[in-house]
Design a protein around this ligand. Sequence first.
Ligand code: ASP
Length: 403
Amino acid sequence: MQKKKLALSTQIFIALVLAIIAGVAFTGNPVIATTYIKPFGTIFLNLIKWIVAPLVFFSIMVGVISMKDIRKLGMIGGRTVLYYLCTTAFAVTIGLIFANVFKGTFPVLQTSDLSYEANASVSFMDTLVSVFPNNFVKPFAESNMLQVIVASLIIGFAIILAGEKSGKSVDAVTAVNEICLKTMEMILRLSPIGVFCLLCPVVAENGPSIIGSLAKVLLVAYIAYFLHALVVYSASVRVLGKMSPVRFFKEMMPAIIFAFSSASSVGTLPMNMECTGRLGVPKDISSFVLPLGATVNMDGTAIYQGVCAVFIATCFGIDLTMSQMITIVLTATLASIGTAGVPGAGMVMLAMVLESVGLPVEGIALVAGVDRIFDMGRTTVNITGDAACCVVVSAKERLAKTN
Ligand code: ASP
C-alpha cells in the first residue's frame, strides 16, 4: 500500500517534468496542446469538481457526528479561523515588504490606454448573507463550498440531536462517505495524466516570451511565496504541530504539484485530504479544516495582492504611504477570504484591494496577461497553508485529549 502511494507521487512528479518539456516543445505552436491535450485536463478537473461537493458534505457530517460535541467543534473552528487570519495577514505583509524592497527593479509600464472592468464590489453584510444557502441543491450545483459546509454542519447537528429517532442515518452517512472517498481515490489515480494535460498547454501557451517585462515582478512574488511557505509553515508545523517540516513537505509534494498544475484550491482538496491523512491528521479534523481553508484561507493570493498593489502603484507613479499599506493588509486579508478556490479568482479580488487605497483598477490589465503564472504559485501556497493548519489543529487536539 505504502509502496503504491509513493509510486503515485513519483508519477505525478514525472508528469510535471514531462509537461514542462512537452510544453516548451509546443511553444510557438500551442494549437496541438490546447486542442488535444487540454480537454483531457479539463475532463480530469471536472471529475474532481464533481466529487468535491458531496465529499465535503458527507465527510464534514461524519466529522460532526463522530465528535458528538458542539463545544469541541467550536474550539477547532475557532483555532482554525484564528490561524488562517494570522497567517494571511502575515502573508500580505511579506508581499508588501518584498515588493517595496525590490520595487526599484520593477519595470514602469505604460498606463495610458489600459482598461479593466472590475466587478461591482460586494459589502461585508452581503458576503455574510451569501454564506447561508437558500436552496438545498444550489450549493452543490454551484460547488459553493461555504454553503456546503454550512449545510453539512446543520444536518450533522440535526442527526446528533435527533438521537435514536434518526434511525440508521449515522450508518447511511458513514457508508455514503466511504463511497465518496473511494470515488475520489479512483479519480486521483488519474492524477499523473491530469497534471500532464493541465500543465502542458499552460506552458505551451505562456512560453517564456510572455513573461517578458514582468519577469522581475513574478520573481519577487515567487520569492515571497517560497519564503512564506518555508518560514511560516515550517515554523508552525515544527513549533505548534510538533512535526518535522521535512516530513511535512515531502508528504505534501503530490498536493503541491497538483495545485501548481491546476491553479485550483478546491480542485486540489481531495489530494490535500489524502496527503494530510498520510501526515496522521484525523479525518474528522481534515474534513472540516481543509474545505474551509480551500475557500477562505489564501495566503498565496494575499502575497500576490500585496506585490501587485505595489507594482501597479509604481507604474502609475504613486508612492504608497504607511497607512495605505496597512489598509492593504486589512483588505487583502478580507479579499483573500472572499476569493473562490478556482483559477483566476484572486485577480478579480485584486480590484477590491486597489480600490481600498484609491489605486486605478485598470492597473490590473498590467498583470492580467501572466495571471496564470502568478496563480500557479499562489494556489500552491494556499493549499500548503491549509495543510499546515490541519497539522497544527490536530496536534492541539491530541494535546487536549492527553491532558
Ligand atoms: N486560484 C487560487 C486558488 O484556487 C485563487 C486565486 O486565484 O488566487 O487558490
